[in-house]
Design a binder for this molecule. Structure first.
Ligand SMILES: NC(=O)c1ccc[n+]([C@@H]2O[C@H](COP(=O)([O-])OP(=O)(O)OC[C@H]3O[C@@H](n4cnc5c(N)ncnc54)[C@H](O)[C@@H]3O)[C@@H](O)[C@H]2O)c1
Ligand SMILES: [Zn+2]
Length: 357
């Protein structure tokens, strides 16, 4: 199968390219090498994995149409990621992620490519799933800045104010994006669903949880938390853990995520056409951010983490996945445990301007 991997020079995309080749497929990469992901723009090709490479933007309809010729399926990873610096980034996020997806889908409609695997995200769920002892499942609203500043990080029951127990989100949990990036990831799914309906195509959204592993970018305002901690340790500094470190996440290894993409691309012909199917993509083994920082610091032999009490308004407290559907429908099994993955990541290369180091 010839597969277009948009964003294939990025962290997850480059692992997908490797996994596709190992499975006997033929990946072709289209990537704009965005400065936010590749801080001091490497020479075109320098950051690209060993695959046919087109240096272009997904918003460039002409380039996208050209690269789609002869392609059987698209694996759409290209996006601006992370929380960004501040709200001024909003137009760039919407342009890259949503206009970019619309241009790609229009070109797929035109050229007759009918299979799409989208890099979805758990951020679409917002504050995840909680149960109140008295009220059952509840959906707490955004946390108040004054509560966060006072160190009250746990969301409370919107009805009675009591403490809540976090649970696992299933794919049918109503979306509730809490920041610009999250709303662009949800819009990508809505666009893909509209495309699938309109052309009778098959679309899967793999809603990745917190992906980590080798090749993660060094700390930029756009990177994930594991990357910040790893970068701090590389400078012999203590990882700085926000809030009280009790935020629960599902850290899933990038090689397991790449494998899910290959399975999704291969399985697409057997899935219902005309619709988008969402799949949570998490390890099923949640940990707190504090535990993750400690595991990395220990494995690296660096200073113990410092809990700072700082917070970011767009962050949610707990978000952990139920990935049963992905295991059941696609036969996916994450292979790398938290301990194995974090131990290796503590010493793994991170991506810099010059490629990886
Ligand atoms: N890393 C995570 O934990 C995580 C979690 C959930 C979802 N995702 C999704 O996974 C995908 C890949 O993320 P990543 O962590 O590998 O990020 P990344 O920044 O390392 O990779 C993204 C790549 O896309 C490219 N790109 C961005 N906009 C583009 C455009 N308009 N045209 C062409 N190329 C463009 C960038 O140059 C970069 O190489 C994204 O869609 C992201 O939303 C990532
Ligand atoms: Zn209650």
């Amino acid at each position: 199968m010839r597969v277009l991997v948009t964003g294939g020079a990025g962290f997850i995309g480059s692992h997908i390219v490797t996994a596709l080749r190992e499975a006997g497929h033929e990946p072709v990469v289209l990537d704009a090498l965005l400065p936010s992901a590749h801080p001091t723009a490497p020479a075109p090709g320098a950051a690209a994995p060993p695959a046919e490479f087109v240096h272009a933007d997904v918003r460039d309809a002409w380039s996208v149409a050209a690269v789609l010729r002869g392609v059987d399926a698209v694996c759409h990873q290209a996006a601006m990621v992370g929380l960004g610096r501040d709200f001024a980034d909003a137009p760039d996020y919407v342009s890259c992620n949503d206009l970019g997806t619309a241009v790609l889908l229009a070109a797929m409609a035109e050229t007759g490519v009918r299979r799409l695997v989208l890099a979805g995200s758990m951020v679409v769920y917002g504050e995840g799933r909680y149960d109140c002892l008295r009220h059952g499942p509840v959906r707490p609203g955004a946390r108040r800045p004054e509560d966060l500043a006072a160190g009250l990080f746990e969301p409370r029951c919107p009805d009675c104010g009591s403490a809540l127990t976090p649970g696992l989100v299933g794919e049918d949990t109503p979306p509730d994006p809490r920041n610009v990036y999250a709303s662009t990831k949800l819009t990508q799914e809505h666009l893909a669903a509209a495309w699938a309906r309109s052309v009778d195509g098959t679309a899967l959204s793999l809603r990745y949880h917190n992906v980590y592993g080798p090749g993660m970018p060094r700390d930029t305002p756009y990177a994930g938390v594991a990357s910040f901690f790893r970068s701090a340790l590389a400078r012999s500094e203590a990882p700085r853990v926000f809030e009280d470190g009790g935020q629960r996440r599902d850290f899933v290894h990038v090689e397991d995520v790449a494998a899910a993409n290959v399975l999704g691309l291969e399985a697409a012909p057997g899935l219902p056409p005309g619709t988008l199917t969402a799949y949570n993509t998490g390890s099923g083994d949640p940990h707190t951010v504090g535990e993750m920082a400690t595991a990395l610091a220990r494995a690296h032999g660096g200073p113990a983490p410092v809990v700072t009490g700082e917070f970011r308004l767009g962050d949610v407290r707990h978000i952990t996945a139920d990935s049963t559907r992905l295991r059941h429908d696609l036969g996916w099994h994450p292979r790398i445990t938290f301990t194995e993955g974090m131990t290796a990541f503590a010493h793994a290369a991170q991506r810099t301007s010059a490629g990886v180091n």
